[in-house]
Design a protein around this ligand. Structure first.
Ligand code: CA
Length: 232
């Protein structure tokens, strides 16, 4: 028997919960359902799911509170389900420990890709040794040990900051990283920086890596949130 991974869906809207459950089950996952925040928290402690899909707008307690309480005792991957009207909340959720977000309405392929990425990253976090030494995606290769970036076999010269940015995104490929997270990782928690410095660096990186910087192939902008690098 295969050990099917268990997903906990915390979502009060029946139709959306049913939709997600159907996708999960037909793709070999086990699904648990909670209709509100408190039962979600209790199922999280009693069933130890492998991943949680968390709606932000819940009838009893705020989804953000649920997230914070989960993070108080567990590092389980959490994907936040947000509505279009919750743009700010999803950024806050990411900064407070959510692994990713998905905006309603979403398709099955998008949901499954987000789940695979979150599970992969949580597995890697548990076994640092197996973390890969290279990132390869289409024509782009990054060798983290040699700090070497090549595009179509040609060395690409990046400044130190540009390299740090690209390697941070590549090590988290598939996952959205918020502006705040990136700024803290690259310039440190106390640096006097803002998103502008990030935009300038990203524009330079795209000029070097992308055939058409206006329609990036490797590093996508998640408007109002941050950046996401394509998975290799
Ligand atoms: Ca809801």
């Amino acid at each position: 028997m295969t050990n099917r991974q268990t997903m906990l869906i915390i979502e009060d809207e029946k139709n959306i919960g049913n939709y997600i459950e159907t996708i999960l089950i037909s793709n070999g996952y086990k699904a648990l359902r909670a209709m509100n925040g408190m039962s979600g928290l209790s199922m999280c402690t009693s069933h130890h799911p492998d991943l949680i899909l968390l709606d932000l707008g819940l009838p009893d307690i705020d989804g953000m509170d649920v997230l914070e309480r989960i993070r108080g005792f567990s590092g389980v991957p959490v994907i936040v389900i947000s509505a279009r009207t919750q743009e700010r909340e999803k950024v806050t959720a990411l900064d407070r420990g959510a692994d990713d977000y998905i905006t309603k309405p979403f398709g099955s392929e998008e949901l499954l890709a987000r789940i695979r990425t979150a599970l992969r990253h949580s597995n890697q976090a548990g076994s640092q040794k197996t973390q890969t030494q290279t990132y390869t995606c289409d024509e782009l290769t990054i060798d983290f040990e040699k700090r070497l970036v090549t595009l179509e076999g040609e060395d690409i010269h990046l400044t130190q900051i540009e390299y740090k940015l690209v390697s941070l995104l590549a090590k988290n490929a598939g996952k959205v990283l918020t502006y705040d997270f990136i700024l803290k990782e690259i310039w440190g928690p106390y640096a006097d920086t803002d998103n502008q410095i990030l935009r300038v660096n990203m524009a330079n990186i795209r000029r070097k890596l992308e055939k058409n910087p206006a329609e990036p192939h490797y590093i996508y902008t998640e408007i109002g949130v941050g950046y996401r690098m394509k998975e290799g």
